[in-house]
Design a protein around this ligand. Sequence first.
Ligand SMILES: [Fe+2]
Ligand SMILES: [Fe+2]
Length: 283
Amino acid sequence: MLIAQITDLHLGATNGDPRESNESRLDRVLARLTSMRPRPDLLLLTGDLTENGSSSAYAALAERLAALDFPALLAVGNHDRRAAFRTHFPHVPVDGDFIHYVHDAGPLRIVVLDSLEEGRHGGSFCDRRAAWLKRRLDEAPDRPTIIVLHHPPIESGIGWMTIAPHAPWVTRLDEVLAGRSNVVAMLSGHLHRPMVSSWGGTIIAACPSTAPPLALELAPIDPAHPDGRPLVTADPPAYALHLWTGTRLLTHFETLGEHVPVARFDAQMQPVIDWLVNQPAGD
Ligand SMILES: [Fe+2]
Ligand SMILES: [Fe+2]
């Protein structure tokens, strides 16, 4: 099973380069996903779907997703607004205020969480959401399960875009997931960069964004003193592909940058490829 993931679309935002809107960056990624072989079986969208929760931005996304020939699962992020989201995605399950739900994806169980607190940049995971997640995980303690959410509950090392590792919402989430060896991965967005970490007995992978990514700047930042460092770059949009092998989830990250081949599988390379593929298993 092949699961594609895109995140942080920020539709409705204007970038520094007016020739490249977030809509066109998204379209480039969707064109790649719909033309690739093998085709994805499923698409995850992990929040910050819009820049400011505008109805027109959700409408633009709904139109694009309706044209796909594989299903899409949506999570909300801190830039989203639930009321407008629900208007344009009435088929997405809700639970009272929260947009969280379980999706059966063949061999996998996918649990989509809602880490949004409207008006707040960071994540949120209240007692009600924790109780819901516990109930849903208790339903199938042995099924391989993926947790999908916008905010990764980990520090990023990027000083202006990180999460307090001992925040109450992080601890609450950690407590629900403790000891659940069937949770094979947590897949998130929010960072606008690819990042992988161990956390809570599983791994967490943050997907790079389709909107402009964050600069990789790990030096401590003093919010009182601008130092001219890059914050956001014009690098190409990106996405993740998660391949479920039956026992593990393999995650690849890819950009829409120009991938110029320096070697191809042609007659010259055929002996090399043949040798590589037919290596005996190591002792
Ligand atoms: Fe974002
Ligand atoms: Fe975010």
